[in-house]
Design a protein around this ligand. Structure first.
Ligand SMILES: *[C@@H]1O[C@H](CO)[C@@H](O)[C@H](O)[C@H]1NC(C)=O
Ligand SMILES: *[C@@H]1O[C@H](CO)[C@@H](O)[C@H](O)[C@H]1NC(C)=O
Ligand SMILES: *[C@@H]1O[C@H](CO)[C@@H](O)[C@H](O)[C@H]1NC(C)=O
Ligand SMILES: *[C@@H]1O[C@H](CO)[C@@H](O)[C@H](O)[C@H]1NC(C)=O
Ligand SMILES: *[C@@H]1O[C@H](CO)[C@@H](O)[C@H](O)[C@H]1NC(C)=O
Ligand SMILES: *[C@@H]1O[C@H](CO)[C@@H](O)[C@H](O)[C@H]1NC(C)=O
Ligand SMILES: *[C@@H]1O[C@H](CO)[C@@H](O)[C@H](O)[C@H]1NC(C)=O
Ligand SMILES: *[C@@H]1O[C@H](CO)[C@@H](O)[C@H](O)[C@H]1NC(C)=O
Ligand SMILES: *[C@@H]1O[C@H](CO)[C@@H](O)[C@H](O)[C@H]1NC(C)=O
Ligand SMILES: *[C@@H]1O[C@H](CO)[C@@H](O)[C@H](O)[C@H]1NC(C)=O
Ligand SMILES: *[C@@H]1O[C@H](CO)[C@@H](O)[C@H](O)[C@H]1NC(C)=O
Length: 813
């Protein structure tokens, strides 16, 4: 039993080594095709850059360099031929308010066979770090305090070649070490181990994966103690590895280290000391540290005890230098094990408020703006002269986004909640896109928002009441034209244009009683879908009687309006078994009596046709009469024909829809049973209107030169001129058979004939339409019926309603 356990632990540990990032590390081999464990780097797990960057292209060094044993990550790189700013975004697990080493590596390797090394700038977040002017392989490292949960590393094209990068590494540091002020970072110039036997050490010897390089000051004696030394861990907060400390160089009084500086440069020097010889009673190693010829500290070394000396910030010199000088009573010369030199990097530029950063990046990802031409990269607001296109920011120490213009940026999908997190937004322009779904409530809660433009999208539902209030009282400039399925309080009440468009056609049956009833022709396009829908329909033959309280429950207290017809609102509902339903409630003001309602329920109860929506039940509470019927989750035909809909219904599909709808109507008019008092000729007229909608893509009432025009008035002159092609929906780009178009226009024209007697009956219409389809299939050999279109179903509504609302045939007036 125990053995098994131990083996399991072993297997897990092994897997950890093979496939896991070391905690606190992010290691990216830019441009690499897959993740791997790098044996050259102490078994560090390198990832590809997928998920860290969304621009650029992968390259591999020239074959001349493939044999050279550099670190694994030297082989691949990511190049950024497009855009001036391209960024990696790191989100370390420990997040903000931590200190990190960020290391970048470049190996040109003549990947482009031009042998010209590019020169470009490297930024960490919004601040300049260095200019990469690369001879061959090149590595830079910075110690950086992140005040955000993310760190961006950006390459800036300065016109001197295509920026690229080979590797990007991040290491979490202990917070107490390498102290520095806010507003700066430490740019590493040197990290040297004196007299070290190996060329360099990193992870796993160094727990922070610092690179220690072998270094020797010329003329100085090297001392090494390779017997296993131990370090008192309490004396080593910088966690300098024993491999670095076990060797040292011995200074003499005329020797030191010096390097050039400029007076504007600021420096920190770190020295790590440990006595590696066991000193005799009478031995003492004591010395002073001079920096730029001034004594700054005194050290007395002890065996196995680490001392780290940290200089003050140094500046204003043309050279920096240090000397170690033994004191008068010291019996042994000074000794130095390792030292590090850091240049102070100023970080003058602010960063966008992190809430805004997250929100706008959420927007960027959701609407795929990272792939747009002017790719949004790096910080949105900074540098101010190069803000992301379409936005503007406040000029503060922490900039926030104050306006966002995403007009005509091809946005689709719904409006996401992230917009609400742009808490100082004053102006938002989302016009001229393909946004769908409802207008969210949160816009009304955004106190600074003064301009909101939602024009020309495909938004639906009703506008939030609070938002309309803000428009009314002038606190917000709100516009939402050109959303065919969006209703405000006016259009929802059935007076405006939108309701008539939402209900794609309202026909009239002038029977003796003005019967108000709704039949929804279910048009199912995919053949597979049709089968399953048939199954569903037959299950629904038993109708149910609902109480008013049940209706309240089903509709969540009449929360979501999904439509508006001549005789009341339609609400979305969910039955106990999860089935979605539409609940059509008779408005109290409607002129229909109880008796008529019951007659209609009876009618609907016997109507069962695959192309007609099914009645599930009804509520005949005298004050709250309602019909509960099948819900078509894909919306209505009108929205599919709208020019804003991302999907273009192709010609054969439109013919199929016409046939399906005609079949539903023919069943009503001529079925096994008689369904009552239809004015069949009026229905045929209505059907003709639907045909014209399918042909032209226009709604029944359309705007032409700013005026409302009846679709029949729009098509007639064009048909008289014989200009059929100009009628057909331009979104089809001519992809239809002229012969079938000619024929369906003729059918539609006959349906809308002014004299009712001249209109054909539905059987005739159906057979003519089948003829159209035959023409189409014959000439295209059914190619275009192919598989590219997914199955979907939706409704087209024929409402038989009172004359005041409808698209009346001429004889009804
Ligand atoms: C980048 O630029 C190259 C040539 O300059 C072009 O072929 C490529 O399509 C561009 N890529 C993107 C994503 O714009
Ligand atoms: C890159 O470095 C070379 C040699 O140090 C120098 O001549 C050249 O001007 C530098 N290029 C840029 C753009 O700074
Ligand atoms: C100190 O170093 C210099 C330069 O290498 C050397 O010439 C000199 O002899 C050394 N002095 C002592 C006391 O070791
Ligand atoms: C080290 O100190 C000696 C004596 O003070 C001086 O002559 C020498 O120039 C110093 N060397 C450096 C590099 O500062
Ligand atoms: C002086 O600094 C440069 C980098 O700025 C480095 O390449 C050079 O090796 C340094 N010289 C010494 C003696 O450390
Ligand atoms: C090297 O270190 C060991 C302890 O690990 C010590 O016993 C020994 O004396 C040291 N060697 C010298 C030459 O001091
Ligand atoms: C951007 O906002 C600033 C205020 O921070 C304003 O002065 C400036 O006019 C705005 N720019 C544009 C193009 O709207
Ligand atoms: C931003 O504010 C600073 C001073 O706070 C000012 O110098 C600068 O011109 C301002 N920039 C813009 C674009 O308003
Ligand atoms: C948004 O940009 C478009 C041009 O792309 C412009 O017509 C429109 O006026 C802008 N909207 C706002 C609110 O500034
Ligand atoms: C909005 O910000 C809050 C924190 O301020 C965050 O919890 C939430 O996830 C953000 N929402 C979105 C949609 O980005
Ligand atoms: C709005 O459109 C979406 C599809 O884009 C649909 O799922 C939803 O039911 C529609 N809502 C209303 C109220 O029409």
């Amino acid at each position: 039993m125990k053995i098994v356990l131990i083996m399991l632990v072993f297997v897990c540990a092994n897997m950890f080594v093979q496939g896991q990032q070391i905690p606190g590390f992010i290691s990216i081999d830019c441009g690499a095709p897959n993740d791997y464990v790098d044996p050259h780097s102490g078994g560090i797990y390198f990832e590809t850059d997928t998920g860290y960057v969304d621009t650029g292209e992968n390259r591999e060094v020239s074959t001349d360099y493939l044999g050279i044993p550099y670190a694994g990550f030297s082989k691949n790189m990511r190049i950024f031929p497009n855009g001036t700013r391209n960024c990696y975004t790191l989100r370390p697990q420990k997040g903000k308010n931590n200190k990190y080493i960020i290391r970048v590596s470049f190996f040109y390797g003549n990947y482009d066979a031009r042998n010209i090394t590019p020169v470009f700038d490297v930024y960490v977040d919004t601040n300049y770090w260095f200019t990469a002017n690369l001879s061959n392989s090149y590595r830079r490292e910075i110690i950086y305090f992140s005040s955000r949960d993310y760190i961006q590393l950006c390459l800036i094209n300065s016109g001197n070649g295509v920026p690229f990068i080979s590797a990007l590494e991040l290491r979490l540091l202990d917070s107490g070490i390498y102290p520095f002020d806010s507003g700066v970072a430490l740019d590493m110039l040197a990290r040297n181990a004196l007299g070290m036997t190996r060329k360099n050490y990193r992870y796993p010897e160094d727990p922070f994966d610092r690179f220690w390089y072998r270094y020797s000051l010329s003329g100085l004696q090297t001392v090494v103690n390779t017997t296993t030394l131990t370090i008192d861990p309490n004396t080593n907060p910088y966690k300098v590895p024993i491999e670095v400390l076990e060797s040292a160089q011995v200074f003499n009084d005329t020797q030191g280290w010096t390097n050039s500086s400029s007076p504007s440069d600021k420096w920190y020097i770190y020295m790590h000391f440990m006595e590696i010889q066991e000193l005799q009673q009478n031995q003492l190693r004591e010395f002073s540290i001079s920096i730029d010829n001034a004594v700054v500290a005194m050290e007395t070394l002890q065996f196995s005890t680490v001392t780290t000396f940290l200089s003050q910030m140094l500046s204003g010199q043309t050279t920096i230098s240090f000397n170690l000088t033994s004191t008068a009573r010291s019996t042994l010369p000074p000794l130095l094990n390792a030292f590090e030199i850091y240049k102070v990097l100023d970080l003058p530029n602010p960063m966008t408020a992190s809430g805004d950063f997250d929100a706008i990046n959420n927007v960027r990802k959701t609407y795929r703006l990272e792939q747009s031409e002017d790719s949004w990269q790096g910080d949105p607001c900074i540098p101010a002269i190069d803000m992301w296109s379409g936005l503007n920011c406040s000029n503060d120490s922490t900039p926030v986004i104050i306006s966002l213009n995403l007009s005509s940026r091809d946005l689709s999908g719904t409006i996401i909640p992230a917009f609400a997190n742009l808490t100082m937004l004053q102006s938002l322009d989302l016009s001229n896109n393909q946004l769908t779904g409802p207008v969210p409530d949160f816009f009304a809660q955004m106190t600074t928002l003064k301009i909101l433009n939602l024009n020309r999208n495909n938004l639906n539902g009703s506008l939030p009441h609070d938002l309309l209030k803000k428009k009314k009282d002038g606190t917000m400039l709100l516009s939402y034209d050109g959303n065919t399925n969006l209703c405000d309080s006016n259009s929802c009440s059935g007076k405006g244009l939108s309701s008539r468009i939402t209900v794609s056609i309202i026909a009239s049956t002038l029977s003796v009683v003005v019967v108000v009833i709704l039949l929804v022709a279910r048009v199912v396009i995919s053949r597979n879908l049709r089968k399953s829908s048939d199954g569903r329909t037959s299950d629904m033959s038993k109708n149910r009687v609902f109480s008013y309280s049940e209706l309240q429950c089903i509709t969540d207290d009449f929360k979501t309006i999904i439509g508006q017809g001549g005789f009341g609102k339609v609400y979305h509902g969910i039955l106990e078994d999860g089935m979605e339903v539409a609940v059509k409630v008779l408005s109290r003001s409607s002129r229909h009596g109880h008796k008529e309602f019951e007659a209609e329920v009876k009618l609907l109860m016997i109507v069962h046709h695959r192309n007609l929506v099914s009645l599930i039940g009804y509520c005949d509470d005298p004050d709250n009469m309602a019909l509960i019927y099948e819900y078509m989750s894909n919306g209505n035909l009108r929205s599919y024909l709208s020019k804003n809909h991302p999907h273009v219904l192709r010609w054969p599909r439109r013919l199929q829809i016409a046939i399906d709808a005609a079949q539903g109507m023919e069943y009503l008019h001529c079925g096994y049973t008689s369904f009552g008092n239809f004015n069949r000729k009026s229905d045929v007229y209505s059907f003709g209107i639907v045909l014209f909608e399918l042909i032209t893509g226009h709604p029944a009432l359309m705007k032409e030169n700013g005026k409302l025009t009846h679709i029949v008035r729009w098509v007639s002159p064009r048909i008289e001129r014989g200009d059929i092609e100009s009628l057909v929906d331009p979104r089809l780009r001519g992809d239809f058979e002229a012969a079938s178009a000619q024929k369906i226009v003729e059918v539609a024209m006959s349906c809308v004939a002014a004299a009712a007697a001249r209109r054909p009956d539905m059987s005739r219409v159906l057979s003519e339409l089948k003829g159209c389809m035959a023409l189409e299939i014959h000439s295209t050999e059914s190619q275009r019926m192919g598989t590219s279109e997914m199955g979907y179903s939706f409704e087209t509504t024929f409402e038989i309603t009172s004359p005041s609302l409808g698209m009346l045939p001429p004889d009804a007036r």
